[in-house]
Write a protein that binds this ligand. Structure first.
Ligand code: AMP
Length: 539
């Protein structure tokens, strides 16, 4: 027997409809790419997004077409996404930090018909224009007055102004594709994750729950994580859904610019990768700045160093909420929120739980397996491959028609991460499976050592990689970028680790470098580091 309730497809356009109807005057503030701070509301964004749908229709766009954006977080970018998705087309957020050849591959693979680009990113496109024949139009996300001299791209504002604001969104199946995001592709070619309206909708509901991001209409959210990184962590959906004030930082993510927005806009919640928060912390310490309204920072994308979490809490009274996820999971898979059991622990133990990658929200199922696929216990010790399943987890990559099955026989997706899960359900990532160091048949966690090292007062960034060793197969070496003006020795860094890790985990060498390479989503690029140290021989 079927239930007798309304069949109301869970499509993402409903979030902006809701924001317009019930939080219409709520402000959306942008540090525009052109320079000035601009202010709008959800009601205005809604009206303009409808115009975008009409403009797209005028350019011949049909449901299912891929329409790309190459832009920073701005109100225009949000209205564009809704305009694209609302009409049943697919919003493909391109990462401008990718290498040119990766962008070329991704744009052609996705078959993007139009690219909407911020003016500061037009040169990125100009450089590859002849290699992306699939693209019919480039639209510059600005008005005519700000089009760079000689630029042939259409001006976004002219396109939007001309279009009508009457457009009916939705009316399609909730499983219709809504968004496309390519993984940064640390192995092989980048892979496209094709989100559906339904997967975005359910992910948003999970995000809004109190033990995940717990956003509410009294929050002011600064969305630092770019919309092109892992579905923008879903903030473009969660903020209008909750009716939060939304602050968008544009292109400027340095400590001073972020601090200014946090204070002038009264931000209570923000989210992004650790490197951004390291820069903010350094800026605050240097400038003796304060955080007068910020309560929580969600940090993920790579592990939160303990020194970062302690710095924000002890010096600025701000809690760090550690989250783990990936592009393939829409992206949030776990969050380290407290439970009744952790609240009974002493402060240090509570910290231990808060620094783990956390527990899954409703709709996410996790399991650990060994190399033979056998389930491992949740005892905090057994370390294995982390598998995940749920309605916002990838089923197949976009355009992958091969017979290769991404999921196992039970429908689990292998995250490529290696982890433990303790008896209270807190998951801890010990490594990416391809970064793991296997020494004498046992695993060494590069992440754990790196997190300890960045707490050293002289260290700016640290990476631990495995290098070949005759007897032990692999041994760890530590690569350190020091803070400006500092000098360091191998001995002092090894002494700093003494007693904090097992003796046999101690790196065999410490190498000081001028720079540690970061990948396109702000994470340390271990693949490149391994390449740089390919000829390295242990002392
Ligand atoms: P991406 O799809 O680019 O967001 O990359 C996802 C990968 O980033 C995950 O599979 C993890 O290896 C890593 N990652 C994300 N969040 C965390 C975290 N909180 N701690 C450790 N690694 C993380």
């Amino acid at each position: 027997m079927q239930g007798l309730m309304q069949n109301w497809p869970l499509t993402a356009d409903r979030f902006l409809d809701h924001a317009k109807a019930w939080h219409g005057d709520q402000e959306v503030v942008t540090r525009s790419v052109e320079g000035p701070i601009t202010r709008t509301t959800y009601a205005e964004i809604h009206a303009r997004a409808k115009r975008v749908s009409n403009a797209l229709r005028g350019l011949g766009v049909k449901p299912g077409d891929r329409i790309a954006t190459l832009g920073w977080n701005t109100a225009r970018h949000i209205e564009l996404c809704y305009g694209i998705m609302g009409m049943g087309a697919i919003c493909h957020t391109l990462n401008p930090r990718l290498f040119a050849e990766q962008l070329v591959y991704i744009i052609n693979h996705a078959g993007d018909r139009i690219i909407f680009a911020d003016i500061s990113l037009l040169p990125v496109l100009a450089a590859i224009r002849s290699q992306i024949p699939v693209v019919e139009h480039v639209v510059a996300m600005t008005d005519k007055a700000h089009l760079p001299a000689g630029e042939r791209a259409l001006a976004y504002e002219s396109l939007v102004e001309r279009a009508s604001a009457e457009f009916t969104w939705g009316g399609f199946d909730e499983n219709t594709a809504a968004g496309l995001c390519y993984t940064s592709g640390t192995t092989g070619n980048p892979k496209g994750v094709l989100y559906s309206h339904r997967s975005n909708f359910l992910h948003t509901l999970a995000m809004l729950s109190p033990d995940v991001l717990g956003l509410s209409a009294v929050d002011v959210v600064l969305a630092v994580v770019p919309m092109f990184h892992a579905n923008g962590w879903g903030l473009a959906f969660a903020c209008p859904a909750a009716g939060t004030k939304l602050v968008l930082p544009g292109q400027k993510l340095d400590g001073a610019s972020i601090h200014e927005l946090l204070e002038t806009e009264g931000v209570t919640f923000t989210a992004g990768v650790p490197t951004v928060w390291q820069m903010l912390l350094a800026h605050l310490r240097e400038s003796r700045g304060k955080l007068t309204t910020l309560r929580r920072i969600a940090v993920g994308g790579s592990a939160v160093p303990e020194a970062l979490a302690r710095g924000f809490r002890d010096e600025f009274g701000v809690n760090v909420l550690h989250a783990w996820g990936m592009t393939e999971i829409s992206p949030i898979g776990t969050v380290a929120a407290p439970t009744g059991a952790t609240l009974k622990m002493d402060t240090e133990q509570q910290y231990g739980a808060a620094l783990s990658q956390g527990r899954p929200p409703v709709m996410v199922d996790l399991t650990l397996v060994n190399d033979d696929g056998a389930r491992l216990p949740h005892d905090g010790k057994a370390c294995g491959r982390l598998l995940i399943k749920g309605p916002f987890v990838v089923d197949r990559y976009f355009g992958d028609d091969s017979a290769h099955k991404l999921l196992d026989s039970e429908g689990f997706f292998d995250t490529g991460d290696v982890a433990t899960i303790d008896s209270l359900g807190f998951m801890r990532i010990t490594d990416r499976s391809k970064d793991i160091i296997k020494s004498g048949g046992e695993w060494i966690s590069s992440i754990e050592i790196e997190n300890l090292v960045v707490a050293h007062p002289k260290a700016a960034l640290a990476a631990v990689i495995g290098v070949a060793h005759d007897k032990w197969a692999e041994r760890p070496i530590l690569i350190v970028k020091l803070k400006p003006g500092e000098t360091g020795t191998k001995q002092e860094f090894l002494a700093f680790l003494e007693g904090k890790i097992a003796k046999w985990w101690t790196p065999d060498d410490v190498i000081f470098v001028n720079d540690v390479p970061l990948g396109p989503t702000g994470k340390i690029d271990k693949k490149l580091i391994r390449k740089q140290f390919a000829d390295y021989r242990l002392p």
